[in-house]
Design a protein around this ligand. Structure first.
Ligand code: HEM
Length: 456
């Protein structure tokens, strides 16, 4: 059966309820995807971009002085860009750009002595995957076995975690903050267990995780810029995290356990025919922690939202659990947790949709808009479990740099609903809800109060 549910209704609901909301755009001139509070207007903004400016210039917002940035919103353009990393390489930031309103003279960054741990991610990228061939091998050999294709190894751990979280509230009178009690702790526990950190460290790890994603939440504009003072502050806090990870790497090298960090200390990286250094492992762990927490949390929270708004889908999934994965993919498409990233450059002059884009321009890939491209998706704003292939969306990107953690994230989402639905007879919005989204480029709901009835 095809689920033809009109999700424009819930767009309207978000707009009605969102706090700090920005006015819904009435024309292209009013579209601004990068101001706090704009989340509820994004779906409406994408219509203007698709119809009037599918390649939308942001003057002067490129990297070099005078260079421009361009928002790409068409599926075919973004898919082409991410599949051709030689023609569209990642940007190289050489210095922190000065922001309007930044009171510092920008010298703070120069004064910071970066500890080797703090630079671990760059160090590990430079030494373990300096080119696309090694990038692919790095993924296949070092992360896939734990968070990619091999994530199935975590099935029992994730199932136990999900069951444990449900047990904590299922017998309470039927109302909870779903984010606080389920969608946030699940990826926190899963990633902490995967890496092999003690579970009691989760509050501290969560604080470091928030610091890691600070630029994607509180950063300015499409480049997610922080002021020099904010950068300096972040470096200080994250140095502590890097030291913490390094201590664990050393301890696990000496005394390996059954976890990803221990395994990384022992494995031979065949692509380079050698073992990994401590700092390289710190770099990999840093990236896992950066990518692995909030994103999955937001995906599961949006799935809960769409189930609250579509009780017939709730009933259908309960009766046909095989459809859960299809539903999850549709919500990933409709509500991509990472809506856009300015992470590719043009290496030569290009023409997208008839628009000339000079070499050296910065490209903002708006995954969330490409997923609603009417040229690719019939009735793009509807949930349709019969779309084929349903995984075609760009939420995890595509090509050689596709998200390495999509395996574990999809597994968490699937198990979450496979275990939640049999234990619930209903799920709906509680009376009190502000539907407030965090600022930045993520679609991240702060809280979600739901009423539920326990399955009889
Ligand atoms: C719903 C959940 C998630 C979404 C929507 C998501 C989305 C993305 C996107 C769009 C990219 C950029 C790819 C590109 O530039 O082409 C990315 C990269 C990345 N993601 Fe995810 N991600 C998710 C979950 C995860 C998880 C669970 C992990 C870790 C276990 C992870 C780790 C990473 C890393 C490390 C990168 C950087 C690419 C690299 O260094 O190889 N992500 N992700």
């Amino acid at each position: 059966m095809s689920e033809q549910i009109d999700s424009s209704r819930d767009d309207a609901q978000i707009e009605m309820h969102a706090q700090n909301e920005q006015k819904c755009p009435m024309s292209l001139d009013e579209v601004n995807l990068f101001v706090p509070g704009s989340q509820p207007t994004w779906h409406e903004s994408y219509k203007f971009l698709h119809n009037e400016a599918p390649v939308h210039r942001i003057p002067g917002e490129g990297l070099a002085p005078g260079a421009d940035a361009f928002i790409l919103s068409k599926y075919e353009d973004i898919a082409m860009v991410v599949r051709d990393p030689a023609r569209f390489p990642p940007p190289r930031y050489t210095e922190a750009p000065k922001l309007e309103g930044d009171e510092t003279d920008g010298s703070a960054m120069k004064d910071i002595v970066f500890s080797p741990q703090m630079n671990a991610m760059q160090v590990s990228m430079a030494s373990l995957r300096p080119n696309m061939d090694l990038w692919k091998k790095h993924k296949r050999e070092l992360t896939d076995p734990w968070v990619g294709a091999g994530a199935d190894r975590h099935t029992k751990m994730i199932t136990d975690t999900v069951d444990g979280l449900i047990d904590e509230w299922i017998d309470e009178p039927g109302s909870i903050d779903f984010v606080e009690r389920f969608s946030r702790p699940l990826p926190q526990i899963v990633m902490t267990t995967n890496l092999g950190f003690p579970l009691e460290d989760i509050p501290q790890l969560a604080a470091w995780g928030s610091e890691q994603v600070r630029r994607y939440v509180h950063g300015h504009g499409h480049r997610n810029l922080l002021t020099a003072a904010e950068e300096a502050d972040q470096v200080k806090v994250l140095s502590e995290f890097a030291d913490y990870v390094l201590d664990h790497v050393k301890a696990k090298r000496a005394n390996p356990k059954e976890d990803m960090i221990s395994w990384l200390t022992q494995v031979t990286y065949k692509a380079l025919d050698r073992k990994l250094t401590d700092i390289e492992i710190v770099g990999i762990v840093y990236a896992m922690q950066l990518g692995g927490l909030e994103t999955t949390q937001y995906a599961i929270a949006e799935q809960a939202r769409l189930l609250c708004e579509n009780p017939q889908v709730f009933a259908d999934l309960k009766a046909h659990p095989a459809k859960i994965k299809l539903f999850n993919e549709e919500v990933l498409r409709l509500r991509a947790p990472t809506q856009g990233l300015s992470t590719r450059m043009t290496s030569q002059d290009e023409v997208f949709q008839g628009v000339e884009v000079p070499a050296g321009s910065l490209l903002h890939m708006r995954w969330g808009a490409a997923n609603l491209d009417p040229e690719v998706y019939e009735c793009p704003r509807q949930i349709d479990l019969d779309r084929k292939p349903i995984t075609r969306h760009l939420t995890f990107s595509q090509g050689p740099r596709t998200c390495p953690g999509n395996g574990i994230s999809r597994l968490e989402q699937a198990i979450a609903w496979e275990r939640l639905l049999p234990r619930l007879d209903s799920l709906s919005y509680a009376e009190e809800n502000d539907f407030e989204y965090q600022p930045g480029i993520m679609m991240g709901l702060y809280r979600l109060n739901v009423d539920f009835t326990k399955a009889g």
